[in-house]
Design a protein around this ligand. Structure first.
Ligand SMILES: [Zn+2]
Length: 447
């Protein structure tokens, strides 16, 4: 047994030698594909048209031949019976116990039905994450999000309960009331998007005269929903503001909670390879990438989700394998630096490839700027134009000229582009609670 096994939720699975892990993944893939083939008209048709059947799956190479499912296809499916899920549903409607939907940031929302067994699987995936980040039954975990149709931290709530934490739901409260409740119950951990983690710290200081690092008892924070916790400058801002460790996690409504940063924080996130298969596909050639440091599109399979399976889902997230192993003893592979962008967002501006996360890294590394910013790409005639709005911290209002120079230079170094920078009054840019919309490319609308 691995000497660090007491830091793992499922030590046997988390330390399985790679060759046994791959074999397990092929078997589990075959099983969920067979389930979908037998129970969903959509999947059966998809596989029959491609001339591939569950019995053909013997190796990873066979899996790469299985057709992918795109989000757009899921929306079409939902127009069919049974309402509102359509013919991808693999169980009778009577067995569906959970309804959630995607946030719809990239179009019409996708509905996500789950059975009770699926919901337990979500909780198991979250228990793995939280245990790896040091959550134990002595923790009192506060969940400051709107408990509604978006999955957000719903499954994290059940995952934390599963490993014995005391969970305090902070649903229908405003930010100030949430902070006061966290102080009152002496919460030791909470979970939120990076945007909201920063927003809460700012509200605490400015409106309640509370310094979260000094006056609250938060020791760890788990982030999701945005890449911030894997962007070093943003992570540092959060850790400094709260005096707590900040961990990243990536998941999605239609996928599940598939990755986590462990206590060692080696600059990447482990993939939970016991419950998920992550493939990275070259965006141009479609080839499956196994080597590190080569970015591609994530194609993901959840092995144990039955009502509406996720089999080779084309996530459009851009990720890359890490070039090192982790000292925590897990055999689960790692992706480097989280999700580095979306295949839809990584775009060419003035002929230069731009990832919005690079702008965030620069803005957040300048302490005189507030946490908020906004980027808009437009076309003026034939020329692309990028405008960047930022806010100065209240105590830095007389340093605008100097800060603009620094910002200009850093942006040019990190992104090879020039920006129209404008300074807004502190507090005038929108504040977000869930997923922030700080990057807009309006060129597509003009075409
Ligand atoms: Zn690790």
């Amino acid at each position: 047994m691995c000497p660090q096994a007491d830091r793992m939720w499922n030590p046997m699975l988390e330390t399985l030698p790679p060759e046994r892990l791959r074999k397990l993944q092929v078997n589990k893939f075959q099983r969920i594909m067979d389930w979908a083939y037998r129970n969903s008209k959509f999947h059966r048709k998809l596989y029959q048209q491609a001339g591939i059947a569950p019995g053909d799956i013997k190796t990873m190479e066979d899996i790469a031949k299985v057709p992918k499912v795109e989000k757009g296809m899921m929306r079409d499916i939902q127009n069919k019976d049974p309402y509102p899920y359509g013919d991808m549903l693999c169980v009778p409607l009577e067995q569906v116990t959970e309804y959630r939907q995607t946030s719809g940031t990239t179009g019409q929302p996708v509905y996500q039905p789950d059975t009770w067994q699926d919901w337990e699987w979500w909780a198991e995936a979250w228990a793995t994450i939280l245990y790896a980040q040091g959550y134990r039954n002595s923790d009192r975990v506060f969940l400051p999000f709107g408990y509604n149709v978006f999955v957000a931290f719903w499954a994290a709530h059940y995952g934390a309960e599963k490993l014995g934490c005391e969970v305090v739901p902070g649903g229908v409260l405003n930010t100030e009331a949430r902070l006061l409740k966290m102080q009152e119950v002496q919460a030791t951990a909470f979970m939120a998007t990076p945007t909201y983690v920063l927003n809460m710290a700012d509200t605490a200081k400015k409106k309640l005269n509370i310094d979260p690092a000094r006056d609250l008892n938060i020791q760890k924070i788990t982030c999701a929903g945005e890449p911030g916790a894997s962007i070093p400058a943003t992570k540092k801002r959060m850790e400094d503001a709260w005096g707590a460790k900040v961990f990243d996690h990536i998941g999605a409504t239609e996928i599940g909670a598939w990755s986590f940063e462990c206590l060692e924080q080696p600059g990447g996130l482990h993939v939970n390879e016991g419950l998920f298969l992550i493939e990275i596909e070259d965006v141009q050639t479609g080839e499956i990438i196994d080597e590190p440091d080569r970015p591609g599109k994530m194609v993901v399979t959840a092995f144990d989700r039955y009502a509406q399976p996720c089999i080779r889902f084309d996530s459009k997230d851009i990720i890359q394998w890490h070039d090192q192993d982790c000292s925590c003893g897990r055999s689960f592979r790692m992706i480097k630096g989280g999700v580095v962008g979306r295949a839809d967002d990584i775009t060419k501006v003035k002929g230069v490839l731009l990832a919005p996360t690079a702008i965030e890294e620069v803005v957040r590394s300048i302490p005189e700027l507030s946490d908020e910013y906004e980027v808009v790409v437009t076309k003026k005639g034939d020329v692309d134009d990028i405008s960047l709005k930022v806010e100065l911290q209240l105590e830095a209002t007389n340093q605008q000229g100097e800060i603009k120079g620094r910002l200009d230079e850093q942006l040019r170094l990190k992104t090879n582009l020039r920006y129209n920078i404008s300074f807004q009054d502190y507090g005038s840019l929108p504040r977000y609670e869930l997923k922030a919309k700080r990057f807009q490319d309006l060129r597509k609308n003009n075409q």
